[in-house]
Design a protein around this ligand. Structure first.
Ligand code: UDP
Ligand code: MN
Length: 370
């Protein structure tokens, strides 16, 4: 007779306890927005400077606690779901270039305070050659008081997010790599669904639902599953776009926690098994700064036996920006997004790349040298 071996529940105790009780009178607490109207000349100047440097309201970000808590709006079935060991451990990799210190620290604390200690291997921060002063010793002092789980790496030159993430991946000792942007906030329970799915199948690239944090008020806007979009792309520039989840995908699912299959991912926030990431030869290291790597990874995964999924019980907020605050014409004069995208098209799209080139021409986007 075969006896069932009792399964061990994942212990949800977070890696780091948040300090003290939640003070709901603090601005932005529970994910609310801060409608700050600058009045004095100095406030007006500081708010404008913040937008210029970071393309979001840094002044408001600084007002909000780096430990702020979020209202947990997840479906009841998600909140009650139990997760069992063994699950893989994960290294969190957060790359940043000239990020606002408060946004960066909030990202780090939200990981530490919302991830089970037994699943979180480490948090690797990769500074991609930032020039802002407070990201030097001030950041180091701050981090030295946080947790030994957090390590700071710095690139020796501006590498761009693709090679910066790879530096983090090389140092990672967890079984799964989880990438986050440097202006995110994780919901309680965000990590378990991603790791459970990857434990089930190492070739699944798992993404949370990306909630959006308002760039001016820092309000955390929660997506209910029924309204969530999945990934797509524009043929004209082969950039990522959000697209409606088709009815057949809703019909295929039987429970609110079932994954949503997606053709592409936005690219900033996802988990991937380290061995699978290495099996598909990681990223294209000739891609510069930003862009193209998300479709490159998506197409590569599909063509190398894997798949991409959004896990509705996992939520991470991201500050979506309308403009790019940093310089991205490196190396000099090259449109890095077009260059990266053309590399992706040449490698993964076969004859379909011609559709892209034709439409690109029609929209008067010039072919830049690879
Ligand atoms: N980043 C980086 N080096 C760069 C450009 C971007 O490390 O040369 C980081 C950036 O700080 C952020 C992540 O890569 O954490 C993604 O960039 P961004 O948030 O600007 O992209 P978006 O989310 O707007 O697509
Ligand atoms: Mn971002």
């Amino acid at each position: 007779m075969v006896h069932d071996i009792p399964r061990k529940l994942v212990n949800g105790t977070p890696a780091v306890a948040r300090p003290g009780p939640v003070d709901t009178s603090r601005p932005g607490e529970l994910g609310t927005g801060v409608d700050f109207v600058p009045k004095t000349d100095q406030e007006i100047r500081l708010v404008a400077e913040g937008y210029k440097k970071y393309a979001f309201n840094q002044y408001v970000s600084d007002m909000i606690s780096v430990h702020r808590t979020l209202q947990d709006y997840r479906d009841q079935s998600c909140r009650e779901k139990e997760y069992f060991q063994p699950l893989p451990t994960t290294s969190i990799i957060i790359v940043f270039h000239n990020e606002a210190l408060s946004a960066l620290l909030r990202t780090v604390y939200s990981v530490l305070e919302n991830s089970p200690a037994e699943l979180l291997q480490e948090v690797l921060l990769v500074d991609d050659f930032s020039s802002y002063k407070n990201l030097k010793s001030e950041l180091e002092v701050e981090l030295s008081q946080v947790s030994s789980l957090v390590r700071l790496l710095r690139t020796k030159r501006r590498e761009g997010l693709i090679r910066a993430r790879l530096l983090g991946a090389r140092h990672a000792t967890g079984q799964v790599l989880t990438f986050l942007d440097s202006h995110c906030e994780c919901m309680p329970g965000w990590m378990e669904p991603l790791l459970e799915r990857i434990a089930h199948d190492h070739t699944i690239v798992a993404s949370p639902i990306l909630d959006y944090i308002d760039l001016s008020t820092f309000k955390y806007n929660f997506y209910i599953t029924e309204g969530v979009p999945r990934g797509g792309f524009y043929w004209t520039n082969m950039n990522f776009c959000w697209s409606q989840v088709p009815q057949y995908e809703w019909n295929r699912r039987t429970s609110p926690s079932d994954p949503i299959r997606t053709p592409t991912i936005a690219g900033g926030i996802f988990s991937i098994h380290k061995e699978y990431f290495e099996h598909i030869k990681t990223y294209d290291t000739y891609m510069e700064i930003w862009g193209g790597e998300n479709l490159d990874l998506s197409f590569k995964v599909w063509q190398c036996g894997g798949s991409l999924e959004i896990l509705p019980c996992s939520h991470v907020g991201h500050v979506f920006r309308g403009s790019v605050p940093y310089n991205y014409t490196v190396p000099e004069g090259v449109n890095v997004v077009i260059k990266n995208t053309m590399r992706m098209a040449e490698v993964w799209m076969d004859e379909y790349r011609d559709i892209y080139y034709r439409r690109q021409k029609r929209t008067k986007m010039v072919r830049s040298p690879l």
